[in-house]
Design a protein around this ligand. Structure first.
Ligand code: B12
Length: 208
């Protein structure tokens, strides 16, 4: 019997070795990879997301859990790709031009990955054209931008302008400590989320 509860618990504790061990055992027993993701890993990451949102755990714990999630995902990814399990959608994500902060962006990407999204991560200091061209090449449902500096958050608007010019149909969501819903509305973004758990809820609402 696959130990889904144990997987979720180990993930919450950030115990990557146990997550990998339990995932491998379940695979060896012939348990479906998608079932392992849906009933073991994702429920664990959901708990982490909610705890983070409520201020019960902080960035270091979330990063450790995210690493444990990645350890499990690594074993499942080749199998999921083979069985053709479709991702919920694709997001092209990055930190805007001039900005090197990536901890929040990485958390959002990891949580979305755990929730079944395909992530195209452009990293930091990303040019507006790069966001838009990559989204169009990948037929991405969403472009996600992160900014942590008041001097770089303005660069989000350039991405929205380039997307309009090029006729890019992706929804554009923004986030980062200085970003607010008002700012998102002002620059014409489709969505804003204050944290990684809300980002998952927001993106899922676009495809459900
Ligand atoms: C860590 C850090 C750094 C690290 C970054 C390391 C890294 N790899 O990211 C380093 C040391 C490199 C750094 C450099 C600088 N930093 Co700095 N940094 C921080 C610090 C302490 C924490 C940021 C962080 O990681 N928070 C934790 C994450 C989890 O939170 P988050 O990013 O907000 O992300 C969450 C949400 O915002 C949201 N989210 C984030 N992105 C996205 C994207 C989408 C699409 C969505 C939906 C949601 C979303 O979800 C995330 C998870 O819940 C902040 C202080 C602070 N309290 O924010 C200063 C801070 C951002 N830095 C600041 C400054 C000034 C700088 C420097 C200019 C300092 C200098 N003089 O060199 C440089 C700038 C370098 C550059 N060009 O980017 C200022 C910015 C002031 C301002 N108003 O603009 C801050 C606020 C510190 C301060 N109080 O002065 N910094």
């Amino acid at each position: 019997m696959a130990d889904f509860k144990g997987m979720a618990e180990a993930l919450i504790q950030g115990d990557a070795a146990t997550v990998a061990k339990l995932v491998q055992e379940a695979l060896d027993e012939g348990v479906d990879a998608k079932k392992i993701l849906d009933e073991g890993l994702i429920p664990g990451m959901d708990v982490v997301g909610v705890k983070f949102k409520n201020g019960e755990v902080y960035v270091p714990e979330v990063l450790v859990s995210a690493r444990a999630m990645t350890a499990g995902m690594k074993l499942l990814e080749p199998i999921l790709a083979k069985t053709g399990a479709k991702p919920k959608g694709t997001i092209v994500i990055g930190t805007v031009r001039g900005d090197l902060h990536d901890i929040g962006k990485n958390l959002v990407a990891m949580m979305l990955k755990g929730a079944g999204w395909k992530i195209v991560d452009l990293g930091v200091d990303v040019d507006p054209e790069k966001f838009v061209d990559t989204a169009m090449e990948n037929d991405a449902e969403v472009i996600g931008m992160s900014a942590l500096l008041t001097t770089t958050m303005v660069n989000m608007k350039s991405v929205i302008e380039v997307a309009k010019e090029k006729g890019c149909g992706s929804k554009i969501v923004v986030g980062g400590a200085p970003i607010t819903q008002d700012f998102a509305d002002e620059i014409g973004a489709d969505g804003y989320a204050p944290d990684a758990a809300s980002a998952v809820e927001l993106l899922n609402s676009y495809v459900s």
